[in-house]
Design a protein. Structure first.
Length: 319
């Protein structure tokens, strides 16, 4: 793990940096009951629960559950110029196909390439067969609204849609970062595939640093845009949304992914029951002191606005 250069493990411990083994033993196992994993591992179910909780999500256009339904793909897609196809049980951005428009009877993908209906059908068949699902099990394909990202990200994202990942523990947001697609990540907002993580000051919603392939970075490598000093709109609303996700998911330690649409504002994309820890690199801060502080709280406020204030107070405190 890099921190502006390699640091010895003992130094990382002093900084409060948490590793995967400690995450699993102290926070995943005790606070995330496995019986509730299906609520977040199934994107279709997560979307339904979010809507019930009053959390905005990208509109669902349709679901393909069996191979026979692919024969009606043309009819299903006919009303839509652009859309996203994704596996219901996918992880890490795998299997997501983004269509940005149509031209001469073909579908234009986010990377500039085009595909015909047979190619889309083949991709959906692969999703149904479990190519991208957790454990390789048979899956369903979701077809939904394509997010048009907020102009604030215009010159710091390559092709794909940035998202805001927030770690939430016991209903309190603790750390957040923007994940920015790059050419290396093929337009996907996934750090392990080459996206950039940009730390966010939880108290103000202002970006302040970036990390790419575990190294500090100040500008987007493909666009040249500056990564710091951008104030995320709807910041309090976004933090409150992440706290609401904790409540309906029934999991104590989660990662919540929010996207900012230029027309519809913040929308929840998905929830992760096993969130990664690279967010510590993006924020140049260890997660463990904040986790231990919230773990020691005897009472968690019920109103979401109060939880947001707790989160901001923690962000300003030298734990």
């Amino acid at each position: 793990m890099a921190w502006g250069g390699k640091l010895p493990w003992k130094r990382l411990r002093v900084l409060g940096v948490m590793g995967l083994n400690e995450r699993n033993a102290d926070f995943i196992l005790p606070y995330n009951p496995r019986s509730n994993y299906p609520l977040v591992d199934n994107k279709l179910l997560t979307k339904a629960l979010a809507v019930k909780a009053g959390i905005p999500v990208p509109k669902l256009y349709g679901v393909v559950e069996i191979i026979h339904q692919i024969e009606r793909l043309s009819e299903l897609l006919e009303p839509y110029e652009d859309f996203v196809i994704k596996p219901a049980h996918g992880a890490g951005g795998e299997g997501i196909l983004i269509v940005t428009g149509r031209h001469n009877g073909r579908y234009r993908k986010a990377n500039g390439a085009s595909a015909d209906e047979d190619e889309l059908g083949h991709h959906i068949a692969n999703i149904l067969g479990g190519m991208y699902s957790l454990g390789g099990l048979p899956d369903s394909a979701l077809i939904e609204y394509r997010v048009k990202f907020d102009p604030i990200f215009e010159n710091i994202s390559f092709q794909g849609v940035p998202d805001i990942r927030t770690l939430v523990f016991r209903g309190i947001p603790l750390l957040a970062m923007i994940r920015l697609p790059t050419r290396l990540s093929d337009g996907k907002a996934n750090l392990h595939q080459g996206a950039i993580g940009v730390g966010i000051d939880l108290a103000t919603g202002r970006t302040f640093s970036g990390v790419w392939n575990e190294r500090p970075i100040d500008q987007h490598p493909d666009t040249g845009g500056s990564l710091s000093g951008r104030v995320i709109p709807y910041w309090d609303e976004i933090l409150a949304m992440t706290a609401k996700c904790h409540d309906f998911a029934g999991l104590g330690f989660i990662g919540v992914d929010i996207v900012l649409d230029e027309d519809q504002g913040p929308m929840m994309l998905e929830i992760n029951a096993r969130p990664g820890l690279s967010i510590q690199l993006a924020n140049r801060i260890g997660l463990l002191p904040r986790l231990r502080h919230v773990e020691g709280m005897t009472v968690i406020p019920e109103p979401f606005a109060e939880r947001v204030q707790v989160a901001k107070t923690l962000a300003r405190s030298p734990l």
